[in-house]
Design a protein around this ligand. Sequence first.
Ligand code: NAD
Ligand code: ZN
Length: 479
Amino acid sequence: MKKNTRSENNEKLNNVNPNFNENKETLKNNSTNNTNNSNTGNREPAPVSPVSNSPGPNASNSSSDSSRPGCSDTSNPCSNSSSSRSSKASSSSSENSSSDSTGPLCPPGSSAVSLDKMTVNIPGQAYPIYFTSGYLSRCGDLLRQHLPETRKVFIISDDNVFPLYGSQLIASLEEHGFTVSSGTIRPGEASKTLETAAGFFDELIEQHFERNSVIISLGGGVVGDLAGFVAATYMRGIKFVQVPTSLLAQVDSSIGGKVAVNHPRGKNIIGAFHQPELVFIDVATLSTLAEREFITGMGEIIKHGVGFNYDYLKFLQQNAAEIQQQNPDLLLQMIYGSCNIKRKIVEEDEKEKGPRARLNLGHSVAHALETLTDYTHLTHGEAVAIGLVQEARLAEKLELISSDLVQEIITTLQQYSLPVELPSGASGDKIPARDILTAMASDKKSFQGKVSLALPSDPGECQIIRDWQEEDLLQILSS
Ligand SMILES: NC(=O)c1ccc[n+]([C@@H]2O[C@H](COP(=O)([O-])OP(=O)(O)OC[C@H]3O[C@@H](n4cnc5c(N)ncnc54)[C@H](O)[C@@H]3O)[C@@H](O)[C@H]2O)c1
Ligand SMILES: [Zn+2]
């Protein structure tokens, strides 16, 4: 762990925005992004501009959310009545297409975007997810509202993300009376270890962090899982806030409370369930994410469409080009849609005792491929994409879905440049199908060697299937 800035700030809390309410707040987009991009592999941060606290044109319109694919509750991820975007998303949603009469949501190039909220209703531990584009500077305000008693926060980040967004986050926290310390890790999965966590424990003890202190993760899923693990275990659990900056972290790992570090003998073996106090998603941070990391997040997002909401899958198909160009309006809709899908499943089954296992759609084959290629060949989302296709083919064989749906899944993945065919092993040869099945059986999600598979069962639906034949999958993986 590398220690970073440490600062004291005893300023009184005089800057809490009273307009920020449960549903949404529309702000002028004018905060300053104060960062230098020292990360060679990534892109320059998108310019953003300063914040004005005046409510936007559509601040009270919280009912148009139902026009959005993947969104069935009544809060609005992003509403802005000021332009004329014709939403392919809404036209693809048959149940909702008539209700998008307010017009566009956060049009590209708009001077205003909304900051909106979704609540994850886990009994006794409900927490909000805030969505914005370009308002990282609002994080301190929100944290202060949610954690009025807290003084000390510790930011855990990595060496790519902290130079880009660390100082903006620190300034926003200090402005609201938090005393901020921070530490960074070397980017990547190899840092997600007990040793790294121990370095943070030393630091927290040295700085007298106590039960009321907060740990904030600023980064991708690696940082989120590690920081969450530190928060879950330090003093038997302290408060935790997620500020996810990779697409995968924004739609997946920051929601649901699974936190973990790796053991040399297995990924995520040492962990806990520890729900955050708050998740703050600024989609503008994705502008600096390397393209391949963006695509890997799309693997999980397409999984959400395939297994949980067919309208959402259609939305992804119809808006593929603009999503890849990071149109902020569409990014917000997409990320809100995915979070909404994950929220519902997590609410149903927080500890993965039943229905949450459906989120493993595509993952049984994906984990096997990641293991067999030593986690070097494929990103996680790429492995999930291939897993989705192979598992969809098995579902077709079991007559759960049609060949047309299999083809539709393949086409959607290809629209986002995700791989759909099995990769080669280290020797350059195709990975033997038998090896994939063996690796699947040793996955921690198998029970007595028998793998339960989440398989697509209808457009936008999936089921846990125990009753499948190895020979069928062998044949598919060998063909
Ligand atoms: N807890 C869960 O429920 C859950 C779910 C899925 C995955 N995960 C975990 O998430 C991890 C993968 O997450 P990931 O894909 O985000 O990997 P990651 O955290 O390694 O991030 C990917 C890369 O992008 C960089 N990065 C992140 N945000 C950036 C930004 N805005 N600008 C520039 N660079 C940025 C990181 O520094 C890193 O190099 C794995 O460890 C996986 O086990 C956890
Ligand atoms: Zn995954």
